[in-house]
Design a protein around this ligand. Structure first.
Ligand code: GDP
Length: 522
């Protein structure tokens, strides 16, 4: 069992849209032999243009189902790539996916540097000390100066960086990368498939001048000297603690610099790490199976309203048709058709190990965060809900379909599509999201999957935050004072609906012993 678990690498590629996540994923799958040609991996980006209708979104959601997990073997390693939605309105989904990975690769556009989504996603990685490798992409286009880029990465992502390859120019003058640990020169030949030959070069000989020309050779020698002077040696332990990120340069589209990335990745990236539960820490090599659901995706086929619950195996071995304990339902269940994912194919899986992701057919039995075990009552921690940024009242638009609406809302919230709060003052239901698109998805899915109609009504809110206090009297006083603005989330926790930043700050000042939380995992 140990060797099965140790050879697993479960990670996500994160990037700001358009940085090259899809292109990189595809090249990694090429190395794994999972696909034969470039262009086979579809982007799961939801492009919202004037022409895109809802079937488009449905189709695109479908793509993100099949590409949710991609697994392949490379050398002796079993690699699981977890895909994350590109559209920022689905950022919550990405945050949750990050709770199921053991490391990440961040793709940065060499011309644009660190962008908003990169920054936000990195914050989530930092919360969990997730080890990070950075790939600076699109070096075949005019890019920023690499030293400036490294400074930017270090500052904006708040992590130490250490280049492991170094670019020689960029754009039309791009010559390739120098591998700083193998001391080899990798010359760039634009091609979408071929893995380029590396040349071993002693940088202090004329050979380098012959390869890239004397002026560039001189410049490279100077830069390499500077790198050794400025950046500390790469240290795997610091990387594993999430304190230092090795940096690679290349071009995903041209499959250039990707193999260096992959080879280093499999070598240094962690195998499945221990997972925290409320009760204890679960070690991956424990003999008994445990796992938790981090993502639920509705089936693309509108005739089958079934969902797939994605379960990360945290310890032991999962076997098909074996009874497992669903902790929240206090019920034993077995799964006859769990699935695993290979590029575009889904296959039934007989057994899977810690680190793997399995898809379990779901008809409303699962909720994000649900735990499966062999009987132990465990509750996995670390699936945060972020305080939403957009709010609307949800109202029933068809009095005959009250029940359908309630059921639909319930299941969509279980899936983690958005968050529901009930205002304690007027009993109205408020949906909170991180983006406008989610409201549209909810409305569409309520109609198409639950045959229910909803109507949105505006509510002007700045933020919803969870409130807690060790001083019950103060909490009561607070709730009394703010009674019009108090709500409960689905777990029955107290939520304060602040209508402006000013109101929130005043509340924080007036009620010193109340803790205001902006994520719900506390
Ligand atoms: P994603 O949104 O992060 O998944 O990005 P994609 O992989 O879909 O890439 C976005 C665009 O950038 C596409 O048009 C790609 O062809 C292009 N692209 C990706 N990698 C490179 C690269 O290395 N060089 C160049 N010139 N273009 C690239």
């Amino acid at each position: 069992m140990n060797s099965e678990i140790e050879r697993r690498r479960t990670f996500a590629i994160i990037a700001h849209p358009d940085a090259g996540k899809t292109s990189l994923t595809e090249k990694l799958l090429l190395f794994g032999g999972q696909i034969q040609v470039a262009g086979a991996v579809k982007s799961n980006k939801i492009k919202k243009t004037a022409t895109s209708d809802w079937m488009d979104i449905e189709k695109q959601r479908g793509i993100s189902v099949t590409t949710s997990v991609m697994e392949f073997d490379y050398n002796d390693y079993k690699i699981n790539i977890l895909d994350t939605p590109g559209h920022q309105d689905f950022a919550e989904d990405t945050y949750r996916t990050l709770t199921a990975v053991d490391s990440v690769i961040i793709v940065v556009d060499g011309a644009k540097g660190v962008e908003t989504q990169t920054r936000k996603l990195m914050e989530v990685c930092r919360m969990r000390n997730t080890p990070v490798i950075i790939f600076v992409n699109k070096m075949d286009r005019e890019a920023k100066d690499p030293f400036d880029l490294l400074d930017e990465l270090e500052e904006e992502l708040v992590i130490h960086v250490r280049p492991l390859t170094w670019p020689i120019e960029s754009g039309p003058r791009f010559k390739g990368v120098y591998n700083l640990y193998e001391h080899k020169l990798n010359l760039f030949q634009p091609s979408k498939q071929v893995v380029t030959e590396k040349v071993e070069v002693d940088i202090n000989t004329e050979e380098l001048d012959n390869q890239i020309g004397a002026p560039l050779a001189e410049k490279l020698r100077g830069e390499l000297e500077l790198i050794d002077g400025v950046y500390p040696e790469f240290n795997v332990d610091e990387y594993l603690k999430g304190e230092m990120a090795p940096v690679f340069f290349g071009s995903a589209l041209n499959n250039f610099g990707v193999q260096e990335l992959l080879d280093t990745f499999v070598e240094i990236a962690p195998s499945p790490r221990p997972t925290k539960t409320e009760e204890r820490e679960v070690e991956p090599d424990e003999s008994k199976f445990t796992g938790f659901v981090f993502k639920i995706t509705a089936n693309i086929d509108p005739n089958h309203r079934s969902c797939i619950a994605f379960c990360k195996i945290c310890s032991g071995k999962f076997s098909r048709n074996t009874p497992y304990y669903h902790v929240r339902h206090e019920k034993t269940m077995r799964f006859s058709s769990p699935t695993q994912f290979m590029a575009q194919r889904k296959t039934t899986v007989d057994e899977a190990w810690a680190g793997d992701i399995i898809g379990l057919p779901d008809n409303g039995t699962f909720k994000i965060g649900d735990t499966l075990t062999e009987g132990e009552k465990l509750h996995f921690r670390g699936i945060p809900s972020f305080s939403p940024e957009m709010f609307k009242y949800i109202e029933n638009a068809d009095p005959m379909k009250q029940k359908q609406l309630a059921k639909g809302i319930d299941q969509l919230m279980d899936e983690g599509v958005a968050q529901l709060f009930v205002n304690q003052f007027n009993g109205r239901k408020i949906i909170g999201t991180v983006g406008q698109l989610q409201f549209e998805v909810i409305q569409y899915r309520l109609e198409n999957e639950y045959n229910a109609k909803c109507r949105w009504e505006p509510i002007s809110l700045y933020k919803a935050c969870w409130v807690e206090s060790d001083d019950p009297e103060e909490l009561e006083a607070f709730k009394k004072r703010k009674y019009q603005y108090m709500a409960k989330d689905r777990e029955g926790r107290d939520v304060f609906l602040a209508d402006s930043n000013y109101v929130l700050q005043m509340a924080q000042m007036d009620f010193k012993h109340i803790r205001f939380h902006f994520t719900s995992e506390f």
